[in-house]
Design a protein around this ligand. Structure first.
Ligand code: COD
Ligand code: ZN
Ligand code: ZN
Length: 378
């Protein structure tokens, strides 16, 4: 029997307050309103940004249903929706593409002004019409990044969902929804890594390893991974890192080590940790005159950086970008096609697969540094 137009009762992981485990609850998911899409989630990765909300370092309205790196199937659509239909395989987009705002219209911009992240005063946790589609125990539950994928069903704005290849394996391509797209795009789309170049990647988590994959795809000759957890090195090498360094193995600062071992500095560096000290170290690792350093890690809130501006004056470029610079609705389907054409792997990034009910175990694995990506299956 069709569920279109009806409230769906299903399981969702609700975070009632920070620093608590997620709680599997029965929730009500209202039907999509005009220009909205209800999606049956099939798989969802756990990204560090979800954990930043749990730990309290990323502030969003509570209670909330987290999750933003997923794949699923359209269950029903609201009035006026034209770009997806029931039965389509889709990826929800934590960075929307409205196509109409000033950033979407700019050829280079991708941080759409409809992104809840950009709301003046911080995230609102609601859809574009200003309300939530989730309730639990009589209380409205907030959305997260316009996606909320730790639930069997979610509702998103049409700007926040992209149809993908009907043959795509949803339990893998979910990573393209956030972590992979972010890292890979940072290398090939934002930094525009050049063939034969030397790159340094600070932080070898799921996003950092996706940067490594991007550097390799772009033809970099030397890819130096930097991480304080040496357990990450084997995977980094499997994915294309030519060398790996642990800053704790050296007396001198890691930027000095990198400058020495590359004869003056790297062509491209990436900070994929989200720390101020490593952002500055990554910048200082670049060669003067032309080096480019990219901030990929989410900066810690309410902290400021002091650095020697001679690093920039001497011809280094410091850039940042979210979501790998991709205009999401246009690019995510193409990335899925590229995966289907075997242009890059995703399997090595998926270290654990767990049933949705074991979501807290997935977060524990991430916090313990034991997983790259856990994919939850529904
Ligand atoms: N020096 C070197 N390595 C370090 C240090 C240090 N001082 N501290 C930690 N690390 C290593 C850790 O050992 C770990 O291997 C790695 O850094 C971080 O990895 P994870 O697994 O914690 O995180 P990821 O790869 O999932 O990365 C996420 C970021 C931390 C980069 C996070 O900021 C993010 O998700 N950024 C993406 C930004 C974005 O555009 N997001 C879109 C919506 S989420
Ligand atoms: Zn826009
Ligand atoms: Zn993410």
């Amino acid at each position: 029997m069709s569920t279109a137009g009806k409230v769906i009762r299903c399981r969702a992981a609700v975070l009632w307050e920070p620093r608590k485990p997620l709680s599997i609850e029965e929730v009500e998911v209202a039907p999509p309103k005009a220009l909205e899409v209800r999606i049956k989630i099939v798989s969802s990765g756990i990204c560090s940004s979800d954990d930043h909300v749990v730990s309290g370092s990323l502030k969003v309205p509570f209670p909330v249903i987290l999750g933003h790196e997923a794949a699923g199937i359209v269950e029903s659509i609201g009035d006026g929706v034209t770009t997806v239909k029931p039965g389509d395989k889709v990826i929800p987009l934590p960075n929307p593409q409205c196509g109409k705002c000033r950033v979407c219209k700019h050829p280079e911009g991708n941080l759409c002004l409809k992104n809840d992240w950009c709301s003046p005063g911080g995230p609102t946790g609601v859809l574009q019409d200003g309300t939530s589609r989730f309730t639990c125990r009589g209380q409205a539950i907030h959305h997260f990044l316009g996606t909320s994928t730790f639930t069997e069903f979610t509702v998103v704005d049409e700007d926040s969902v992209a149809r993908i290849d009907a043959a795509a394996p949803l339990e893998k391509v979910c990573l393209i929804g956030c972590g992979f797209a972010t890292g890979y795009g940072s290398a090939i789309q934002v930094a525009k890594v050049t063939p034969g170049s030397t790159c340094a990647v600070f932080g070898l988590g799921g996003v950092g390893l996706s940067v490594v994959v991007g550097c390799r795809a772009a033809g970099a000759a030397r890819i130096i991974g930097v991480d304080i957890n040496k357990d990450k090195f084997a995977k980094a090498k499997e994915l294309g890192a030519t060398e790996c360094l642990n800053p704790r193995d050296f007396e001198k600062p890691i930027q000095e080590v990198l400058v020495e071992m590359t004869g003056g500095g790297v062509d491209f560096s990436f900070e994929v940790i989200g720390r101020l000290d490593t952002m500055e170290a990554a910048l200082a690792s670049c060669h003067m005159g032309y080096g480019v350093s990219l901030v990929v890690g989410v900066p810690p809130g309410a902290q400021k950086l002091t650095f020697d501006p001679i690093l920039l004056f001497n011809g280094r470029t410091w850039k940042g970008a979210v979501y790998g610079g991709w205009k999401s609705k246009d690019s995510i389907p193409k990335l899925v096609s590229d995966f289907m054409a075997k242009k890059f792997p995703l399997d090595p990034l998926i270290t654990h697969v767990l049933p949705f009910g074991q979501i807290n175990k997935g977060f524990d694995l991430l916090r313990a540094g034991k997983s790259i990506r856990t994919v939850l299956t529904f």
